[in-house]
Write a protein that binds this ligand. Structure first.
Ligand code: BES
Ligand code: ZN
Length: 403
């Protein structure tokens, strides 16, 4: 009887506690951000743990907006932030019973060792050459016109959702027109953001696949339009061109090719973290990842392709360099962002081999991204076309043609 009474009281108390203190999940964010960026923000946050350069904080939507603004206004770059709400809620809880912030941050800063199962080599020059001949630059340009005519593709806006739906519908139409029955498409939801990521699987095998991706979203157009032509309309269209060429070619592969358009990158790599988590949960093996984020601005008309060496896999990056030398035949150089600057970081952090070919060096990239001036007339179709060719070579070599 006593025990029963106690239990009643406990359960009453805990439901009372929930009703009063539960905050709507959508306004709560756990974020890892550099200390130098946090110094500049004028919003409330609580520090849960710290390391040498980073704070792991709890904040709300206003905090995210303040981080974005601080990042925009910085004169000397001090890095971006990552919204790790979803990871904290999942892995964080699994990690230990106390849901310990310090060990979460430590785990965030150490990447799991990648298990390299594929040996990267050049094996299919004939098949790659066949596909490269079918590249269609005017299609890319027209498609980029469409994407950059939205006033934004913000991850919390209806436009952002429309852009994702449009990409999914377009690839479905391509598959249908070419009578392909081995193409599947799906959305991956993005927590409290309404924009979903789009995943297209070409092929039906469950062997380790190839991932090629770009992010759909831009920042919000509250203050000015965000055409996002280069960031990341260019990458979005680069991946669409890979889809178009592969699906119209009639070529089939032993291994699956995943083409992914991520949601909510600009707000802390949120969409890609949900996608990677979805791959993990479904146990989908992946041998190599390529991220296309900004592929069309050629500084002083220089068509050098830059390979980024942080948050990426060294062997895979060396292989991408070989692909460029073999198939694209344009100069290659290396640089770094210095922080987790795009969705490749979400894969690297979970132990996948990722690469990031980029339009320019970090210092000479497009100066107009994140503004209303990120428009098409500054962009080079030749540069963007080279990235699509690289994506095709990457897909064909690693997915292994079967016919
Ligand atoms: N496309 C940029 C990343 C970028 C910009 C790479 C310039 C190299 C040079 C991306 O969309 C972006 O804006 N990333 C944020 C970080 C993100 C985690 C919020 C950034 O770089 O500040
Ligand atoms: Zn950006």
């Amino acid at each position: 009887m006593q025990i029963f009474k106690k239990l009643m009281i406990i359960s009453l108390l805990s439901s009372f506690h929930c009703a009063i203190y539960a905050e709507p999940a959508s306004t709560q964010h756990r974020v890892v951000a550099p200390k130098c960026l946090l110094k500049k923000i004028n919003a409330t946050y609580t520090t849960l743990a710290s390391s040498k350069n980073l704070h792991f904080i709890e904040t709300n939507d206003a905090g995210i907006d303040a981080l974005i603004e601080a990042k925009q206004n910085q004169t000397t770059p001090c890095g971006g932030f990552m919204d790790v709400t979803h990871a904290w809620e999942n892995d964080g809880k699994k990690m230990n019973a106390n849901h310990n912030a310090k060990s979460f941050l430590a785990a965030y800063e150490t990447f799991p060792k990648t298990s390299l199962t594929t040996s990267y080599s050049i094996k299919y020059p004939t098949e790659v050459a066949t596909l490269l001949k079918q590249s269609n630059p005017p299609y890319m340009w027209t498609r980029l016109q469409g994407l950059s005519s939205y006033k934004d593709r913000y991850s919390r806006s209806d436009n952002g959702v429309k852009a994702a739906q449009e990409i999914k519908a377009e690839v479905e139409a391509m598959a249908k027109n070419h009578g392909r029955d081995d193409v599947s498409t799906y959305f991956v939801t993005t927590g409290s953001y309404k924009q979903p990521s789009v995943v297209v699987k070409i092929g039906t095998s469950n062997q380790p696949g190839v991932v090629i991706g770009a992010h759909i979203d831009t920042l919000s157009s509250t203050f000015e339009n965000k055409p996002g032509a280069d960031d990341d309309g260019s990458g979005t269209v680069t991946v669409l061109e890979v889809a178009r060429t592969l699906l119209s070619s009639g070529m089939h592969f032993n291994k699956p090719i995943y083409l992914i358009w991520y949601a909510a990158e600009e707000v802390g790599l949120v969409g890609s973290q949900y996608v990677v988590d979805d791959f993990k949960q479904k146990n989908i093996p992946v041998s190599a990842v390529m991220q296309f984020d900004m592929t069309a601005y050629a500084h002083k008309n220089d068509l050098t392709m830059w390979l980024y060496d942080d948050y990426t896999n060294k062997e895979l990056t060396a292989y991408v360099e070989t692909l460029i030398n073999t198939y694209v035949k344009t100069p290659v150089k290396h640089d770094k962002c210095g922080y987790a600057c795009s969705d490749h970081a979400s894969w690297t952090q979970k132990g996948y081999n990722a690469s990031m070919p980029f339009e320019a060096s970090f210092r000479t990239d497009n100066p107009d991204i994140h503004t209303s001036r990120d428009t098409m007339e500054k962009l080079s179709l030749a540069h963007m076309t080279n990235f699509a060719k690289l994506g095709l070579a990457f897909a064909v070599e690693l997915a292994e043609p079967s016919n």
